[in-house]
Design a protein around this ligand. Sequence first.
Ligand SMILES: C[S@@+](CC[C@H](N)C(=O)[O-])C[C@H]1O[C@@H](n2cnc3c(N)ncnc32)[C@H](O)[C@@H]1O
Length: 248
Amino acid sequence: MESFTDVPRIKESSDIGQQQDRVVTEEEWLQKWKVRQIGFHKEQGHPILRKYLDVLLNGRSGLRIFFPLCGKAVEMKWLADMGHYVVGVELSECALKEFFTEHDLSYSEETIPGISGAKVFKSTSGNISLYCCSIYDLSSTIVGRFDGIWDRGSLVAINPCDREHYADLMLSLMERSCCYLLVTVLYDSNKHKGPPFYVPDAEIKSLFGKVCEIKCLEKVDDFSDQHKAWGLDYFLEVTYLLILKSVP
Ligand SMILES: C[S@@+](CC[C@H](N)C(=O)[O-])C[C@H]1O[C@@H](n2cnc3c(N)ncnc32)[C@H](O)[C@@H]1O
């Protein structure tokens, strides 16, 4: 299953260097949406989810699937159309409204008891609920637990200093049989300040390794002109499957 052929041979550093102290504020993210600095959005969806859909679903139907830091990811519509129940969380109200409008979906808007100022947008069909708040405001009491998680542009987007908080939250949202697909990126962190942030393999082990079996599904060269413009000379995308270790 692993495909490591043709990827540049790099020495992966466990030191994330200057990125450790980098903080992108909520206002900066909202501003990115406002000025349309949303190069991370993939209009056609992400090929990795198509490729590993069977791994995420693992033969199951009618799953609850979580999209942390969802933006307006088109895969949410795709999975909802397959009969799954999708929950996302995103700071930008504009992103969430664009999601519903661009897919011609009607929705309602509700406040969330317990999170001041936050809202949840629910598709009229009832199978997509998108929370407009910080992911750190959520808990399993509010959103329940999930059978599947699609984490692309999420762990790599949160501030490096928040990674433990984020990982603990994600673990608390996993059902026992949850399949968590996680996409990270590797590049020379001295040459680009991020996001996306560099997340080495050692960090995945340290964040999730105590409670999860971690399988690296693939590591592929994803170098593009955009990465060249950032001053990089390689850019790899790494996909992991995390599943909770069985309790003895
Ligand atoms: C790199 S984008 C990825 C979006 C989406 N996962 C995708 O693949 O297109 C990261 C998103 O996270 C949102 N975001 C950043 N910090 C957040 C937080 N603390 N809680 C919820 N959303 C957040 C940003 O507004 C942005 O839309």
